[in-house]
Design a protein around this ligand. Structure first.
Ligand SMILES: C[S@@+](CC[C@H](N)C(=O)[O-])C[C@H]1O[C@@H](n2cnc3c(N)ncnc32)[C@H](O)[C@@H]1O
Length: 339
């Protein structure tokens, strides 16, 4: 059963739309009795585990929803499931062109993506290891022709590439996306006994949610949000986290790094959004550099931005034993819902 949104949305009537396939789906991507759409990719730093904490900071009402570091979109899909983005404009952006190309293909070309993915899953059965490396080679070969500037690459993505990306994501090591200095995807095979490669139901729900909302998904740097965000909009920012220690860094989502200078620039963006009266929510680590930028920082506090420490579980550490509870920051000008 759907529960009425407690926090974001405030509009509980189901929204209906006719999907390109002619079937009736809601903007939450669900039919009665359906499971809500979930992220269709595993993504380093994905926020599914932090959702219970983040929900307390969803603004009760907002206009357009912006997610400038979208990754697998855990918060976007959570808002969809809560019907909080019903009849809202949605703008999702990232600088990973493969990721953006894949989201766009799933939105616009769902049946072709699912067909190709089913073919890959069926082909894999006899020799999973050879198949993985064969698909990786085909993927890099096909991408080679479009590796251009990121925007062009995202726009020239195909359903076949999107299916190969989902396949590699479901069967590669830890669902990582990593490219070498030549831009070639180089993640080794993961050791999954029986990976779920084509979750057709979820892919359809995710696609229907995107197409029914006419969600914009674009290749863009996060600060491009300043060109479009208006007072009353909700902006959720989930950058690559500042490392807690020099060995804990994981920032290779693309060939580019996100360093201390980027964190400082991001702070300017957060402050400007707050001064513009957007509802802004940022997640980050509790590294000292982030504490200095927000926790007790006069400029951030002057703009109404507060740093809240919340308990989270890290999913990205390759050592299972180190995936225990950890504190993270939720940095926001939204007053938290009382527990
Ligand atoms: C922590 S992940 C986001 C995870 C996401 N919240 C989820 O649930 O999957 C950070 C994302 O930021 C993207 N990114 C890195 N640098 C960026 C930049 N300068 N502008 C926009 N996106 C960037 C990466 O490609 C990556 O997808």
């Amino acid at each position: 059963m759907d529960s009425a949104p407690q926090r974001a949305g405030g509009d509980t009537a189901p929204g209906h739309g006719v999907t390109p396939s002619g079937s009736h789906a809601t903007e939450s991507g669900r039919r009665p009795g359906d499971r809500p759409a979930r992220p269709f990719l595993k993504w380093a730093g994905g926020k599914r585990q932090l959702l219970p904490e983040l929900r307390r900071f969803y603004p009760p009402r907002f206009e357009t929803y912006h997610e400038p570091f979208v990754g697998s979109g855990a918060v976007f899909f959570d808002l969809v499931g809560r019907r909080a983005v019903r009849r809202r404009r949605v703008r999702l952006t990232d600088v990973n062109p493969d990721l953006v190309g894949c989201w766009r293909q799933l939105r616009d070309n769902r049946e072709a993506v699912i067909d190709h993915l089913q073919e890959l899953a069926a082909e894999r059965v006899d020799a999973p290891e050879e198949h993985y490396y064969g698909v990786r080679e085909r993927f890099n070969g096909a991408r080679g022709g479009i590796l251009d500037d990121g925007r062009a690459q995202a726009e020239r993505y195909t359903a076949t590439l999107a299916a190969m990306l989902i396949y590699l994501n479901r069967t590669g090591f830890n669902g990582l996306f990593r490219v070498n200095s030549s831009g070639l995807f180089n993640v080794p095979r993961g050791r999954y006994r029986n990976p779920r490669i084509c979750d057709e139901h979820n892919l359809r729900r995710a696609s229907e949610a995107l197409s029914t909302l006419a969600a914009k998904v674009d290749y863009a740097k996060y600060d491009a949000v300043l060109d479009v965000a208006q007072p009353g909009d909700f902006v959720y920012l989930d950058p690559p986290y500042a490392p807690l220690s020099s060995t804990a860094s994981f920032t290779s989502y693309t060939a580019d790094r996100f360093d201390a200078g980027d964190q400082q620039h991001l702070q300017r963006v957060v402050i400007e959004l707050a001064e513009r009266h957007c509802h802004v929510v940022l997640s980050n680590s509790t590294a000292p550099e982030i504490r200095d930028l927000y926790d007790g920082n006069a400029e951030a506090e002057g703009a109404g931005v507060r740093a809240h420490r919340v308990a989270a579980r890290r999913a990205i550490n390759s050592k299972a034993a180190r995936r225990g509870p950890i504190e993270e920051y939720v940095i926001t000008n939204v007053a938290p819902e009382r527990a």
